[in-house]
Ligand binder design. Structure first.
Ligand SMILES: C[S@@+](CC[C@H](N)C(=O)[O-])C[C@H]1O[C@@H](n2cnc3c(N)ncnc32)[C@H](O)[C@@H]1O
Length: 398
């Protein structure tokens, strides 16, 4: 699939214009686009900026762009220029009137639910990417949760982890990486970019997995839809595997020997957490035998819960030990580690995750304070980097 951004030469545009086009292609909220458009014009949306928006965004995008999104942007644009006493381009009025009519004619329910967002990473002055200005990752996402599950949307933790991977490629280069709950597949594209030796992407939702494969193809990442059974070895470095945590088979999982396990925004459903932690504990403790401490059907083992309740601070968020990039680099040499990025939406759910890790001898440390990935998505106002926490997990034999 060709995306129109690929045919645009943005390298010679000034920075705010590059940000504006990138925000438009990533389908950022129209208020963010208006704010960037003002910056392009030095405080107001001049005629020159309008011509630019027409040429680089609106007139160039109809084939790939979601028309209701274009319509809202045009409306905000027209309002903004009118309210500052400027002259609105005739093309804006004409196109807006066209959308008013054509969208009305669309029968309800026929609304397109899949869109392609292009995520542009900016590498200005980033030492790990000398000479490379930008990397653009097109990703098909679902606009509603009816077509595709949560895994067909892009979540902030995967934006954070992708900035981390691209900022610190040395951590991932020549490493075998295994992701749980891969969703739309952004991390897979980034891991391939930094030349991980093997990338295993997994998800429990079949429609998300299908969409993930499509996204890898769109990004020209060769991949194979495979099973957990490692006897069917694959020449492909990137593999997609259907892996619902609830019925992940221990002996099959043990055949993987990842250096780094990754998970972005996977801590949100309390009923899935025991299963997720079981999967993580198997992947992190390769020598573990079948008497895994998390029972596939159990929530939390009551006896253990009681005994460890006396020491409840162990899993109190405030008491988490910190870890640095150096800790990560040192530990990955000696055994598998997991990097779990998460927005903490419900503290009880998060505490439950920490408690389950503790019961399964998984040491959890917080890297959030010490890790500062480069801001590679400077145009993306909707993504709040500071909301994301990064945890380092490793098996602690006792
Ligand atoms: C909130 S989404 C995050 C997706 C992606 N990592 C991101 O950050 O954009 C959670 C992901 O976990 C997957 N997931 C949720 N429960 C699961 C389970 N029980 N087994 C396997 N995958 C699951 C979903 O299908 C989805 O892809």
């Amino acid at each position: 699939m060709s995306n129109h951004h690929q045919s645009l030469d943005m390298a010679n545009l000034d920075l705010y214009k590059q940000y504006l086009v990138s925000a438009f292609l990533a389908m950022e909220p129209s208020d963010s686009l208006i704010s960037l458009a003002r910056k392009c014009g030095g405080g107001f949306i001049s005629e020159d900026v309008q011509q630019f928006i027409w040429a680089y965004c609106i007139n160039n995008s109809e084939e790939n762009c979601y028309v209701p999104y274009l319509k809202i942007f045009l409306k905000k644009l027209i309002d903004e220029v009118e309210s500052t006493g400027g002259d609105v381009l005739d093309e804006f009025y004409e196109r807006y009137a066209h959308y008013m009519v054509s969208l009305k004619e669309d029968a309800p329910g026929n609304e397109k639910a899949w869109i392609v967002k292009c995520i542009s990473f900016f590498f200005h002055d980033v030492p790990s990417h000398p000479g490379q200005m930008q990397m653009v990752v097109p990703l098909q996402c679902s606009l509603n949760m009816l077509e595709g599950d949560t895994g067909c949307a892009l979540w902030p933790s995967s934006l954070f982890l992708s900035e981390f991977i691209l900022s610190c490629p040395e951590v991932f280069t020549r490493k075998s990486c295994f992701e749980v709950g891969s969703g739309v597949g952004l991390l897979g594209v980034c891991l391939k970019h930094v030349t991980a030796s093997q990338v295993i992407l997994t998800d429990g939702d079949a429609s998300s997995l299908e969409n993930l494969r499509l996204n890898l193809e769109m990004n020209k990442v060769e991949n194979l839809d495979t099973s957990l059974d490692r006897s069917k070895s694959s020449p492909y470095m990137v593999q997609c595997i259907h892996l619902p945590w609830e019925n992940a088979n221990e002996s099959e999982l043990q055949q993987f020997k990842p250096d780094i396990v990754l998970g972005a925004d996977v801590i949100y459903n309390p009923s899935c957490l025991p299963h997720l932690v079981r999967v993580l504990s198997i992947l992190l403790n390769q020598r573990k035998t079948s008497n895994s401490k998390v029972n596939g059907n159990a929530q939390v083992n009551d006896k253990e819960e009681n005994s460890k309740d006396n020491d409840s601070k162990v899993w109190n968020k405030e008491r988490l030990q910190g870890a640095t990039l150096e800790t990560l680099i040192e530990e990955v040499v000696n055994g598998p580690v997991a990097l779990i990025a998460s927005v903490i939406r419900n503290i009880d759910t998060f505490d439950c995750f920490l408690k389950l890790c503790c019961q399964n001898d998984i040491l959890v440390r917080d890297m959030t304070e010490s890790i500062r990935p480069f801001n590679l998505l400077p145009y993306m106002d909707s993504y709040k980097r500071s909301d994301v926490h990064l945890l380092l997990l490793s098996y602690s034999s006792k």
